[in-house]
Design a protein around this ligand. Structure first.
Ligand code: F6P
Length: 362
């Protein structure tokens, strides 16, 4: 396709590696295809409000190692369900005609939308209205289907692993049970990978509802073996058998209003009451989304960014570059948003955890 000018935006929660994608997209578009590139600010909010800036080659040099996104982002700006206040009351409206109009006014023929399932949903809707959009899969949660990995995940796991390493020494000195709560929404990828890498003793993930008795047993078994401390890694989406998630807050303007968090306090209190061991809780929260991307994420993000530009030029709109068996392949965004990628109970990594003595709460 003859694309002279294209846009790029980042939407949804930020994560390390977005700037590496922007870096790859802008440089490749300019060097290989002599295109103009514009960066749309604050995700789909910028598309609705017509806020953007030209991205020249020099604008993206040096941004590769930066965390966050130089374009800004928003996780409350779904054009089809856009929040606004009228007489002090929160209302939602369909602002997609405005988004389509601004896309045309920017004089761009295509857009690269960096985001997760929410961004892909919105992109699908805009594609149905005639816009040319290619996705790039981003989320620390790694819960996007149809790709083995999303960038941001490795960086988040790195933060979790370092935190668990640090918690080990203080847990050991004080003979405490330390609980570390990690992000991931309804998927346990960060908890499982971070927990195994950091040598957690108990790992609780949303896919395996936990039984408190199993957790007490695991901690006591360690005490009998002379280990007077334990590390319990808790996914924010973990829930007890027959129970429900702990909701930290509801963000009214957001399409997906639920924010999880706080389950580790519930579990920690019960452990203290039942085992008599002192417990402490650490919720890593947004630390997992901040900071510089790992080299792995920088490379993955660069591969995705470069592939996205090729998809634009080939006119493969509605697709995103996915990682499958270490190859980058085009996949329909529509396919990836059918269901969340959670940990299958047959996942070999669960077996690896169990056979190294980790309690998974069941
Ligand atoms: O999807 C990424 C993520 O960091 C989740 O792991 C977490 O539950 C959520 O976003 C937090 O959202 P917010 O930044 O709105 O608090």
């Amino acid at each position: 396709m003859d694309i002279k000018r294209m846009g790029v935006l980042s939407a949804g929660g930020d994560c390390p590696g977005i700037n590496a994608v922007i870096h790859a997209v802008v440089k490749k578009a300019i060097l290989d295809y002599h295109m103009d590139v514009v960066g749309i600010l604050d995700g789909f909010q910028g598309l609705i409000e017509n806020r953007w800036k030209r991205l020249h080659y020099n604008d993206v040099s040096g941004i590769l190692p930066l965390g966050g996104t130089i374009l800004g982002t928003s996780n409350k700006a779904d054009p089809f369900h856009y929040p606004f206040y009228e007489n002090g009351e929160l209302c939602f409206g369909d602002f997609s005609p405005k988004a389509v109009n601004n896309f045309r006014e920017m004089d761009i023929q295509a857009l690269v939308a960096i985001g997760g399932d929410g961004t892909f949903h919105i992109s699908q809707g805009l594609i149905a209205k005639g816009l040319n959009i290619v996705g790039v899969p981003k989320t620390i949660d790694n819960d996007l289907s149809e790709t083995d990995l999303t960038f941001g995940f490795d960086s988040a796991v790195n933060v979790v692993t370092e935190a668990i390493d640090r918690l080990h020494t203080t847990a050991q000195s004080h003979h405490r049970v330390m609980l570390v709560e990690v992000m991931g929404r309804y998927a346990g990828w960060i908890a499982l990978h971070g927990g195994i890498a950091g040598g957690g003793d108990v790992i609780l993930i949303p896919e395996i509802p936990f039984d408190m008795e199993a957790i007490y047993r695991a901690i006591r078994k360690r005490v009998s073996a002379g280990k007077r401390f334990s590390i319990v890694v808790v996914a924010e989406g973990a829930k007890p058998k027959g129970g429900d998630f702990v909701v930290r807050q509801k963000v009214q303007e957001s399409h997906d209003q639920i924010r999880l968090g706080g389950i580790s306090y519930v579990v920690g209190k019960k452990i203290e009451e039942r085992t008599g061991m002192e417990t402490r809780v650490v919720i890593l929260g947004h630390l997992q989304r901040g900071g510089s991307p790992t080299p792995f994420d920088r490379v993955l993000a660069s591969r995705f960014g470069a592939a996205a530009v090729d998809l634009v030029v080939q006119g493969q709109f509605g697709y995103f570059p996915a990682l499958k068996c270490n190859a980058i392949v085009p996949v329909l965004m529509e396919k990836a948003i059918q269901s969340l990628k959670t940990i299958s109970l047959n996942d070999p990594l669960l077996g690896v955890a169990r056979s190294s003595g980790i309690c998974l709460g069941d």
